[in-house]
Ligand binder design. Structure first.
Ligand SMILES: NCc1[nH]cc(CCC(=O)O)c1CC(=O)O
Length: 319
């Protein structure tokens, strides 16, 4: 007799379905139980308002968490970069699997790379973080680009380039990989040019904190390094008192001396969306082995960034 299926709450978007499907297979393997997808429609999926005006991607997360709290589903998969930094007591991020490519990419007309984009090129992105860094890049190279706010799912965004409305769009490599469209990328942006969002490329598997058997089973899918890295990145974001739509980039990686991993480096950036001012700093420390150590790494860098005026660059939070 087969065991009762675990219910995985998921959004209906192609990206959400792709990542939920991949996690469902992995969870099924470690638990030996079938996993059934339960589609949850959120206000964010039906609203045509600009995402920032309805409170950012947090709206998607809230609906999944309500379904978890009501016991309608057993677990949910989130894109970590869309997850608010505050963690509800009754829920736990039981697994953070190994992160994939954290970089941002562009998909541009005529296979153009960032360096090829002509003066006045129109680049679609609704992300203040991407705007700030692309505009800073353009200023540093004496060129000039126009960032155009867009929203919609990944297919819609790519469509703006295909239709000729925009010269390029900026997207996350990880999302394109998951929906099988990474072959359309025309340039992978160096993290020295555009630092990704805290947690970008990583997923979080969340369930009720008191569901001990499930918490233990899901832990097998956890990657401790990814967890340490994204914990440091999200701690930086939280300490800057910034949300997921703030112009904040962060990326932690491991430094080795060719023989062994020596340290963790955490890079952070905050800027004005016009790119006129960026505060960019990095710090290194021993590879964090506890949640507290990872959090301290992020908090420490935030303190340095705030000392250099980071708070004043984040501007109006509402848009
Ligand atoms: N903002 C939406 C979003 N949330 C997560 C991803 C996919 C990448 C990831 O999981 O980090 C995307 C698409 C994108 O930014 O291109």
């Amino acid at each position: 007799m087969t065991e009762k299926a675990l219910r995985l709450g998921t959004r209906r978007s192609k990206l959400a379905m792709a990542q939920s499907g991949q996690v469902a297979d992995a969870v099924s393997q470690v638990t030996g139980r079938p996993v059934e997808l339960v589609e949850i429609t959120t206000y964010g999926d039906v609203s045509r308002e600009h995402l920032a005006q309805i409170g950012g991607t947090g709206v998607f997360v809230a609906a999944l968490r309500e379904a978890l709290a009501r016991g309608e589903v057993d677990f949910a998969v989130h894109s970590l970069k869309d997850l608010p930094t505050a963690q509800p007591d009754e829920l736990v991020l039981a697994a953070i699997p190994e992160r994939e490519d954290p970089r941002d990419v562009i998909i541009a007309r005529d296979a153009l790379k960032l360096t090829d984009l002509p003066r006045g090129a129109r680049i679609g992105t609704g992300s203040p973080r991407r705007m700030a860094q692309l505009n800073a890049y353009a200023r540093a190279h004496g060129t000039d680009i126009e960032t155009v706010p867009i929203r919609g799912n990944v297919d819609t965004r790519i469509g703006y380039v295909a239709k000729g409305d925009l010269d390029a769009v900026v997207l996350a490599a990880a999302g394109l990989n998951r929906i099988g469209r990474s072959d359309e990328v025309t340039d992978f942006l160096s993290v020295d040019t555009v630092l990704p969002a805290p947690g970008q490329g990583a997923l979080a598997i969340e369930c009720a904190a008191d569901d001990a058997d499930l918490v233990a089973a899901l832990a097998e899918l956890d990657d401790p390094f990814t967890r340490a890295a994204v914990t440091a990145e999200r701690s930086l974001l939280a300490a800057l008192e910034a949300g997921c739509s703030a112009p904040v980039g962060a990326l932690a990686d491991l430094l080795d001396d060719g023989q062994a991993v020596k340290e963790m480096r955490l890079r952070g950036v905050v800027g004005t969306t016009d790119g006129s001012t960026l505060v960019q700093l990095s710090t290194t420390g021993p590879v964090p082995e506890t949640h507290e150590a990872a959090t301290a790494l992020g908090r420490g860098l935030a303190t340095e960034m705030l000392a250099q005026g980071a708070a004043g660059l984040m501007g109006e939070r509402a848009l």
